[in-house]
Write a protein that binds this ligand. Structure first.
Ligand code: MN
Length: 228
């Protein structure tokens, strides 16, 4: 294949226990998937349909790498999330069978320009500039299901400079992981390489250059990055 311009590389993520890597196709994200966080953002956590948005595949940042403070914002927020990595092609799957398409799990940070998101909400505009910016998706290596099993309960937390800022339990998701996959697969063809950021617990807040972020989901490892 010859390209008219220099071709870009497929973004990839390390897989725990393997030398082969996980190629990233798309990044889907779920909004307001923990009731306490929905309330802190001023919405009613009652079960309205799940809210989805996306980030580009090349927004990923490997665990341990520095994350530049993005331009265009004065209020960058952290959102620690359990990330699901899809390993099979699927459309229109049922909640009962949804787990079969999961390749593995990771810990991610859905970095958010909160000021631009608030403005977009107020003006009824899309969230892209708030969510889908460069290096907005730090993520750990992917832990394959064959190693860690399926994650259905356990702690999720995020610390800034060692202080606990977010804390919750993944069993408190408004939409469970199978329900999220079910709903997404009715809107999009999910394919191997897709990632789903499954929402953040309460306690989101501002971060600044120099801050050291640690994010954790029980059963996985710690996502670490410094904002520079
Ligand atoms: Mn989020």
């Amino acid at each position: 294949m010859e390209y008219a311009i220099p071709a870009f590389e497929i973004p990839t993520i390390e897989v725990v226990g393997q030398s082969s890597r996980f190629p990233v196709h798309r990044i889907y994200c779920v909004g307001r998937n923990y009731a306490a966080h929905a309330r802190e953002m001023g919405s009613d956590p009652k079960r309205e349909p799940p809210c989805f948005f996306t980030k580009p595949a090349d927004a990923i940042v490997a665990n341990g790498e520095k994350v530049p403070y993005p331009r265009g914002t004065e209020n960058l927020h952290h959102e620690v999330e359990l990330v699901v990595a899809i390993g099979k092609e699927v459309t229109n799957i049922s909640t009962e069978n949804a787990k079969d398409v999961i390749f593995g799990y990771a810990v991610g940070n859905d970095l958010t320009r909160r000021d631009l998101q608030a403005q977009a909400k107020k003006l009824g505009q899309p969230w892209d500039v708030a969510k889908a910016f460069d290096q907005s998706a730090p993520i750990t290596a992917i832990h394959p299901v064959e190693k860690v099993g399926h994650l259905e309960k356990g702690e999720i937390w995020l610390k800034v400079n060692g202080d606990m800022q977010q804390h919750g339990y993944i069993e408190d998701m408004v939409w469970s992981i199978p329900e999220v996959i079910d709903a997404l697969s009715k809107l999009f063809s999910l394919v191997p390489g897709d990632l789903i950021f499954t929402g953040t617990p309460a306690g989101v807040g501002s971060i600044s250059p120099g801050d050291e972020i640690e994010g954790y989901v029980e059963g996985l490892d710690i996502l670490k990055h410094t904002i520079v």
